[in-house]
Design a protein around this ligand. Structure first.
Ligand code: NI
Length: 198
């Protein structure tokens, strides 16, 4: 899950709240795993065919992402170690654009970089600046199993790269200094303890 905070960015997560995206079928909101969790550190396996089960998982992931709300969610965050993520970085006033990326590969990144104050629903309320390529091209299968190639820019590029990292067991805090990462992990262990008591 990618959450973004910063100048004018509050609209990004608010943008997903209460949106009906018009996907068919009984969707359900899944529980999002919190860091630290061994499943968030694993490399995910390629999806072997876009079956109805995979499509149902993708719809559930979109539902979970919009419910959170967030702009991206990767399968390992709901405990599924498969190479699939969903995202929608449109603003509140725009038409929703739910995207499903199955077996995504990064085929190009720009030399130009961008810094976003990133967050992640697996690390609620933790935000840090991360620098990534400003633009990225990915190839993937869509929810119908069709091969796609798309160029992403700005928040879309950051989100797509953040989510692809999740499929390789990498979190945005892995871009930070060891000290910052340790501090955030300690805070998260406390948060998890508190939640377990609730
Ligand atoms: Ni995330």
């Amino acid at each position: 899950m990618l959450r973004v905070r910063g100048a004018g960015a509050s609209g990004f997560w608010a943008s997903c709240e209460g949106r009906a995206i018009g996907l068919n079928g009984g969707m359900s909101v899944k529980e999002i795993l919190l860091h630290p969790d061994a499943l968030l550190k694993k490399k995910c396996a390629p999806v072997d065919g876009v079956t109805p089960e995979v499509q149902a998982l993708a719809r559930d992931m979109l539902e979970t992402m919009y419910d959170a709300p967030g702009v991206g969610l990767a399968a390992p965050q709901v405990g599924v170690l498969q190479r699939i993520f969903v995202m929608d970085c449109t603003m509140k006033e725009e038409e929703p654009e739910p995207l499903v990326l199955i077996n995504p590969t990064l085929v190009w990144t720009s030399d130009e970089k961008n810094v976003y104050n990133e967050g992640c629903l697996s690390l609620p309320e933790m935000y840090e600046d991360v620098e990534r390529p400003a633009s990225a091209v990915m190839q993937f299968l869509d929810i119908d199993g069709a091969q796609q190639e798309r160029e992403f820019d700005e928040l879309w590029a950051t989100c797509a790269q953040h989510e692809l990292d999740h499929l390789n067991g990498k979190l945005f805090i892995d871009y930070l200094s060891g000290l910052k990462r340790t501090m955030i992990t300690k805070k998260m262990m406390k948060v998890k303890k508190e939640r377990a008591r609730e």
